[in-house]
Design a protein around this ligand. Structure first.
Ligand code: FMN
Length: 221
């Protein structure tokens, strides 16, 4: 990825839905792009980072922040990645006066979706999301659950009416993915597009090289 010529400021929340790998890939790309990244992780989000990726101590441990950003072993914590405590509703990102270019909840649990839809703000994830909506900034919820209850569907309707974008963690297969990384990139690329951060992930149908697609179709036969 090219360093971003126009550095941005992004809020990222990781909650307790499956798909911690989406969060790690997003963090890796935005940190590498020079985006000032403000991170908050729910307790269940921390558990998923541990259970699915083997990451521990994400409350502010610098070594693990470097790991989350997929920097080489021994790297210091990236200067443009700041972690805020989950319970600190007095953190900068809890205030509308803190300007940013968008907030992404990735992955977003049904619990967090429901709390945002109802306007609850008892922790920093909910509060930062609430503030993002009230300030009419971009809020992207990478929801992961299946199947959906009517409650989930109604909550999605409510947050969409309030200005959020529900972007399900639901990769397409038309680009002939070969690896789990391809599937993850498909979702993360859409998120980056939604918050206006440049990337060079090869996920655009119209821009895929015809010969590459042909070769992949041959491989499938
Ligand atoms: C291993 C594991 C996987 C889970 N996966 C999901 C999921 O994919 N989607 C979801 O909505 N909840 C999932 N949950 C349940 C949420 O973690 C739970 O509802 C929790 O209260 C969410 O809290 P949070 O929104 O503050 O992170 C999972 C829980 C565990 C322990």
């Amino acid at each position: 990825m090219n360093p971003n010529p126009d550095p941005k400021r992004l809020v990222v929340a990781i909650t307790g839905a499956s798909g911690a790998v989406y969060a790690r890939r997003l963090i890796q790309l935005v940190v590498a792009a020079g985006v000032e990244t403000h991170l908050v992780i729910s307790p269940l989000g921390q558990r998923l980072l541990h259970d699915e990726l083997g990451l521990e101590g994400m409350g502010g441990n610098s070594a693990n922040l470097a790991q989350l950003a997929e920097l080489p072993e021994g790297s210091p914590s990236p200067a443009n990645l700041v972690v805020h405590p989950f319970r600190d509703v007095g953190a900068s990102i809890a205030s509308g006066s803190f300007r940013h270019d968008g907030m992404v909840v990735i992955p977003c649990s049904s619990n967090t979706l429901g709390c945002i839809a109802s306007g609850m703000a008892q922790n920093l994830v909910h509060r930062a999301a609430h503030v993002t909506l009230k300030e009419r900034r971009k809020l992207v919820l990478v929801h992961r659950e299946m199947p959906l209850s009517l409650i989930d569907i109604r909550n999605m309707e409510a947050v969409t009416e309030a200005g959020a974008v529900v972007c399900p963690a639901q990769p397409g297969f038309y680009m002939m993915p070969q690896t789990i990384g391809d599937l993850v990139d498909f979702v993360v690329a859409r998120v980056l597009d939604l918050v206006g951060i440049d990337h060079t992930l090869a996920v655009r149908w119209g821009e895929a090289k015809a010969e590459d697609r042909g070769a992949r179709v041959e491989q499938e036969r």
